[in-house]
Design a protein around this ligand. Structure first.
Ligand code: ARG
Length: 587
């Protein structure tokens, strides 16, 4: 059991002994570490129902704790009724030794395990991925890693956008530019090889999407093509397969560069055959209504304090949009994959879509109440002008270009800091890639998920401060200390009760992982992990300033410190792994 949960149980029992609810005994890390290591605020929370002053309750609980526990070094009541606690050095050492012996580092497996699905935003396949997709990928990947670490079964699905209006928009533009391509007039055969490249799609899609807003005839054409594509027009289908193939190839490369993997490679079109039957079912249930020629599923409820659009099941032309594909996909996820928790990691601007989708799914009985549906919204990554990050010319930045940009910056940084310069070129290049990706991911994950943040290449890639490279370098330094110790034949030994504050603080920090991981999962907030990794590294650095392991002559102390070094490395590597950050062997 973790130190915090054991303390909570202990304090809970003391509350129980004086006739109050044991859950009041919840203990947390102290807000004022100079006063005590831990605190419990339960007396304040319980005062009202007990009808007694909080300070009095706190004193009574404190007296029980002092009398009964040998774990506690100090029990004090402060302010209006906080109970401040510190544990004995022997207790600390014994918990740290237990953690060092545990392959899970003290982290419990979740009970019961759930089937958690992570949907990564649904990048549209009419183009390469761009910076708008970076956050979903980084945050989604970290959450998937965290839930898996906690023992859940995780299914990762990028859910490509490959069946809606965006396909009609780009096909319309290709048709206009190259009307002679076989896709547009003959009945085939259609070539396997196509002259249309990813760069063409990239160029045409945004222009066509913008034109849809202003040019009614053009919008109509795009809508018609979407319907024809969905209904099986062979030429459009051939072109569509080709567009999907070229986009997916580049998307796979981008994901691989970021070290992100998936269990499924599904897209909207994978439910194409289920859309008609689903819509029929909803019609029979009386849930679908006609409105202006379209078929909708209204989701308004009494007491709504804002106007909600309906879910559009079928447009007046007979096309399906992503409301319908999302609904059918959810049906598949719940009924065929057995998903209990579905997390949609998508830009905050799509909040309404998900609000409507989830309501529709409840109404239609597709997702019963016990299935958790959540939009994991996030803010935007902004450029120096405070607007979504763009190229100097104002265009969208392709993900591949962004990765190259940050890798180049990492190469420079390594050179400036004279790190890894003597290693073989291939290794140095691999380190630069790992440092670049770490800079990008940590720069994102350290922020509160829902806030916007500024993309700052210089700051993210620095070896100092709250950055990915700082943490990587910290771990690499511990690795090299351990290597030196091994070379000198120095042995690790059991962790001894701490003699110095820097040791005590390191041990306390090492014992925090279980609660940090649980909290991060509960709030779907990887920034808790990122913050913790930074604090632990800084705490280690303060420890190491005084505790020079190799120079220590007392073998018991030295052995204890070697074990602390190894445990610090394991905890940090674990947390960085949860953030999707790799640590080089050496730097
Ligand atoms: N592809 C849609 C877009 O780019 C988003 C789809 C949202 N749905 C989902 N399951 N991720 O706007």
């Amino acid at each position: 059991m973790s130190l915090l949960s054991e303390l909570s149980e202990l304090v809970g029992r003391a509350f129980g002994d004086i006739g109050l609810d044991p859950s009041l005994g919840q203990v947390q890390v102290s807000d004022r570490p100079e006063l005590a290591q831990f605190q419990c605020n339960g007396a304040l929370a319980g005062a009202k129902s007990a009808g007694r002053p909080p300070r009095e309750l706190a004193e009574e609980v404190a007296a029980k704790l002092r009398a009964e526990s040998s774990m506690l070094e100090k029990v004090e009541v402060a302010g209006p009724g906080f109970i401040n606690l510190s544990v004995t050095d022997a207790t600390l050492a014994s918990f740290v030794n237990a953690t060092a012996d545990d392959p899970r580092l003290g982290v419990r497996r979740a009970e019961p395990a759930q089937v958690v699905l992570v949907d990564y935003a649904g990048p549209n396949v009419a183009k390469a991925m761009h910076v708008g997709h970076i956050r979903a990928t980084i945050i989604g990947d970290s959450l998937a890693r965290l839930f898996r670490f906690l023992g859940h079964l995780v299914i990762r699905d990028p859910h490509f956008g490959d069946w809606g209006l965006q396909m009609g928009q780009v096909i319309a533009a290709i048709e206009e530019r190259w009307p002679d391509l076989p896709y547009f007039h003959s009945d085939g055969p259609y070539p396997d090889e196509s002259p249309v490249t990813l760069a063409d799609l990239q160029e045409l899609y945004p222009i066509s999407a913008a034109r849809t807003e202003t040019d009614e005839a053009w919008a109509d054409r795009a809508r018609q093509i979407t319907v024809d594509l969905q209904q099986g027009h062979p030429g459009y289908r051939a072109l569509w397969r080709h567009m999907k193939a070229v986009s997916e190839e580049s998307q796979r490369r981008d994901f691989a560069d970021l070290g992100v993997e998936f269990d499924l490679w599904y897209g909207e079109s994978d439910v194409a055959d289920h859309l008609g039957p689903l819509v029929d079912r909803l019609r029979r249930k009386g849930l679908a209504t006609e409105s202006d020629g379209a078929l909708i599923l209204p989701v308004v409820e009494e007491g709504d304090n804002r106007e909600l659009p309906p879910l559009i099941l079928e447009t007046s032309k007979g096309a399906y949009l992503y409301g319908t594909t999302d609904l059918a996909t959810l049906d598949h996820r719940v009924h065929d994959l057995g998903v209990n928790v579905a997390l949609y990691v998508v830009d905050a601007r799509q909040s309404d879509h998900f609000y409507v989708l989830f309501r529709a799914a409840r109404k239609a009985g597709i997702a019963p109440e016990e299935v958790v549906l959540e939009h994991i919204r996030f803010g935007t990554m902004n450029g120096p002008d405070g607007k979504p990050f763009k190229t100097r010319e104002g265009g969208v930045v392709a993900l591949a270009d962004l990765i190259e940009m940050i890798t180049e910056k990492a190469r420079q940084r390594l050179q400036e800091a004279d790190i890894a310069q003597a290693y073989p070129a291939a290794e140095r290049e691999e380190i630069a890639r790992q440092v670049g990706v770490a800079a990008l991911k940590f720069g994102d994950l350290i922020n509160n998920r829902t806030s916007d943040y500024l993309f700052d290449l210089d700051r993210f890639s620095s070896f100092e401060g709250k950055t990915g490279p700082y943490l990587q370098y910290g771990v690499v330094r511990i690795q090299s200390i351990e290597r030196r110790a091994t070379e000198m034949g120095l042995q690790a030994g059991p962790v001894q009760p701490p003699g110095l504050d820097v040791e005590r603080n390191l041990m306390l920090a090492l014992l925090r992982l279980p609660e940090v991981a649980e909290r991060a999962a509960e709030l779907r907030a990887p920034n808790h992990l990122a913050e913790y990794a930074f604090e632990l590294t800084a705490t280690w650095n303060r420890f190491y300033e005084t505790c020079r392991i190799i120079d220590e002559s007392d073998p018991a102390r030295r052995g204890s410190w070697i074990t602390l070094a190894g445990l610090t490395r394991r905890v940090l590597v674990t947390v960085l792994e949860l953030l999707g950050i790799e640590v080089p062997e050496r730097m």
